[in-house]
Design a protein around this ligand. Structure first.
Ligand code: BGC
Length: 740
């Protein structure tokens, strides 16, 4: 029965925004029933969780993430709601952001996408993702920030800080070890503590400790035989215990599988659970979620202590106070000119000039007739890819943008790929592909230049959630098209778009290669400006391009390492029955990260297997000289630091930017260490002839490895080398110092 309370009005502490947040949490908890506390911990719709209606505590509204705010989805199924006010700016995918090597742009990114999320009244943006790029076949690499934990960490912090100024929480994902899509729903990952701490956790740690992320998303996979969404070691020991996380842990959608584990191991909000062995959502309601009725029953039976319930509800309340109940937050804005300019600036700085024998830039005053070939010149790449799919207000295609730059621009598709679908693909008849290729190649000789814009797209088995790529080569016969175009016209620019590396058997025959990314709304203008020279490219690869798939550490180590192996029987594979319908599963799959700490360039360098294009590589239309570095001291102690200063000069005739990279080597170590590791970088913009000094501070932390037995970071005394480089393979100078 509803009772009527006529006592005089007094603002309760939980509503008092001037009160410390912990007091507000405590006060709110003291007023809540057990059922109300339980209701905070599970979904009430596809993308929202309940508040406390009786106390005026609002719901939480979440949205994907991470490179734009996803269109509204129906309350209780995955269909789009068909709203007319939810089209957005598509920002560049996070691979592109990482390729800028510019943390200031990560701040711009967070601010702008945050404003859109705020305008769309979202409390939690499901991103950014910082899973490490381990294999070029991972369908979701485009959503992450590359293969190096230091780079990803430097980029994720400003993104989160600026995003959250909008009163919108980052939900950093997918914690942890979700490094492939194949069997993501239940694969059990075995990884050494050293690789976990040195490679896979640092960017998450930075996101929590330095970015101050208010929420984190558990991953689908298992680790040590326990699902990541309720994994004691990951959530209780590391995230909360070691890093002091005070935000809310949210499941990936359908990532919860067990009430006891979810309750006791640190999960706060369960989202997206689906079948529980049933087939219809109508038979598995939100009340049936693991952290709903079954949770309430265990609490009532005394199996789950009230302290756990209060902690969980407290974590959710804290998230609500920071977001939905934050009365100081701005109102946000949607697809403004500033947002387009931000997307353009990020796109401009992300495109990587991989190779140039002098053909680029194509000067529109000289190059008048251009043939554009390749489906990605016109394909709406905001569609597909899975949860990061966006409904855009505008999408300026490369073809459209090139038409605005060059006098005559004609187009031939060259190939065709069909619809963007999840875990499925359209099969295009060979004869059709053949005739598209022939048509493009036949046209090519008549033009001053040919610009090929292909690569991967967001179809299933390409750069797409829920499945991995099936081959390292470019699909749909593109290798042949590129070879034939190169033979037909020597002025061929290959400007591929992807979120992953791929083989380039045609590389020697092509004079200029640009790597572009899923750049969203402004993809066309960014690509056209780089191609025509209005923008001088300054992107650097955030991951290595191996020559062959076997040259990548995860693949060199056999199938047990990637993709993992299934067991003969499905026995004991309870997870398979319980997971959501959109989660790819295998029969008890497990894998061992055999390359251990040697991920990406660490593998190429240490094993002396040169990459086709190394991590950190990217050319410019100008040239730079990196002068001799000097160290502030020849040695450093445990409390000290050393600065390394290096002059950089633009020796060419165009303004441009170079990213100076600092790698460190432990010359003699008691444990195997990578040949070198990135420990600093700075992007400098220089006018022609201009010089600037770049300064790096080296602290003992940069010298450490993770000693798994002692469970601590250790710097061993001895000699270290500091390499000043313009890519992981292009070291310009090396100096040495001692650690005492
Ligand atoms: C994805 C998450 C996403 C969620 C909600 C899952 O399938 O793995 O990254 O945020 O769906 O759409």
């Amino acid at each position: 029965m509803v009772s009527y309370n006529d006592s005089p009005a007094q603002t309760p502490v939980y509503l008092d925004k001037t009160a410390p947040v912990e007091e507000r949490v405590k006060d709110a908890l003291s007023r809540m029933t057990l059922e109300e506390k339980v209701a905070l911990s599970h979904a009430q719709g596809k993308f929202s969780s309940a508040g406390v209606p009786r106390l005026g505590i609002p719901e939480l509204w979440m949205s994907d993430g991470p490179h734009g705010v996803r269109a509204e989805i129906n309350w209780n199924d995955w269909g789009y709601s068909g709203w007319t006010n939810d089209s957005v700016t598509a920002f560049p995918a996070l691979t592109a952001l990482a390729a800028t090597w510019n943390p200031a742009l990560a701040a711009v990114y967070g601010k702008n996408v945050g404003e859109e999320a705020r305008y769309r009244r979202k409390d939690v943006l499901l991103g950014p993702g910082v899973n490490i790029y381990r294999s070029p076949l991972n369908g979701r690499n485009f959503e992450y920030m590359g293969e190096d934990p230091f780079l990803a960490g430097e980029m994720v912090v400003p993104y989160i800080q600026e995003l959250q100024k909008n009163g919108v929480a980052a939900c950093v994902k997918h914690f942890a070890l979700n490094n492939q899509e194949k069997w993501r729903g239940n694969i059990d990952v075995e990884v050494s503590d050293r690789a976990l701490y040195e490679i896979y956790l640092p960017a998450f740690k930075r996101a929590v400790e330095d970015g101050g992320a208010w929420s984190i998303m558990g991953a689908y996979n298992q680790y040590q035989g326990q699902h990541a969404c309720h994994n004691k070691r990951l959530l209780q020991d590391i995230l909360r215990g070691e890093w002091g996380f005070d935000g809310a842990v949210i499941t990936d959608w359908g990532g919860a599988h067990d009430t006891r584990e979810a309750a006791l191991n640190g999960l706060d909000i369960e989202m997206g659970s689906f079948t529980n062995g049933l087939t219809k959502e109508s038979e598995f309601t939100y009340d049936d979620y693991y952290l709903a009725r079954p949770y309430l029953e265990l609490i009532k039976s005394g199996e789950i202590p009230m302290s756990v319930v209060d902690e969980k509800a407290g974590n959710v309340l804290r998230l609500i106070f920071r977001t939905a109940m934050n009365t100081d937050k701005p109102f946000g804005s949607l697809h403004t000119p500033e947002h387009y300019a931000a997307a353009k600036a990020i796109g401009d700085e992300s495109i990587v000039l991989l190779k140039n024998s002098g053909l680029l830039p194509l000067d529109p005053a000289k190059v008048r007739r251009v043939l554009v070939v390749g489906e990605n010149a016109v394909r709406p790449l905001n569609q597909g890819g899975g949860s990061s799919e966006l409904k855009v207000k505008d999408m300026f295609s490369p073809l459209e943008a090139l038409k605005a730059v060059f006098e005559t621009v004609d187009y031939a598709p060259g190939y065709k790929t069909g619809r963007a679908m999840y875990e499925a693909e359209d099969i295009i008849p060979e004869a059709e592909l053949d005739s598209l290729r022939r048509d493009a190649v036949a046209k090519a000789p008549a033009y001053d230049a040919v610009i090929y814009i292909g690569g991967l797209n967001k179809n299933g088995f390409q750069d797409c959630e829920a499945s991995d790529r099936r081959e390292y080569n470019l699909p749909w016969g593109q290798d042949r098209i590129i070879e034939e175009l190169a033979a037909a016209n020597p002025n061929l620019v290959v400007a591929n778009i992807s979120g992953n590396a791929y083989a380039m058997p045609w590389l020697d025959k092509v004079p200029a290669v640009l790597q572009s990314w899923y750049l969203g709304t402004m993809i066309g203008p960014s690509m056209a400006d780089v191609i025509s020279g209005k923008v001088n490219p300054s992107g650097k690869l955030p991951f290595s391009f191996p020559r062959r798939l076997e040259d990548n550490g995860a693949h060199a180590s056999g199938v047990e390492s990637y993709p993992g192996v299934e067991s003969e029987s499905d026995a004991g594979n309870a997870a398979a029955d319980l997971a959501g319908a959109d989660v790819s599963l295998g029969k008890n799959p497990r894998q061992v990260y055999k390359e251990d700490i040697l991920v990406g360039y660490r593998w190429h360098d240490t094993k002396k297997i040169p990459a086709l294009f190394p991590f950190g590589h990217g050319l410019s239309y100008t040239t730079f000289e990196v002068g001799k570095p000097s160290l502030s001291s020849a040695s450093m102690g445990a409390d000290g630091s050393i600065t390394l200063t290096v002059p950089v000069t633009n020796t060419g005739s165009r303004a441009g930017s170079e990213t100076v990279q600092l790698y460190l080597t432990d010359v003699k170590s008691s444990v195997p260490r990578p040949a070198k590791e990135l420990k600093g970088f700075e992007k400098v913009s220089l006018a022609p002839g201009e010089s600037r000094e770049v300064t790096f501070t080296i602290t003992p932390d940069a010298l450490k490895y993770f000693d798994a037995d002692r469970h601590e970071w250790v710097a061993e005394p001895g000699r270290f080398k500091a390499h000043v480089a313009t890519s992981s393979a292009d070291v310009r100078h090396t100096v040495q110092f001692d650690y005492k």
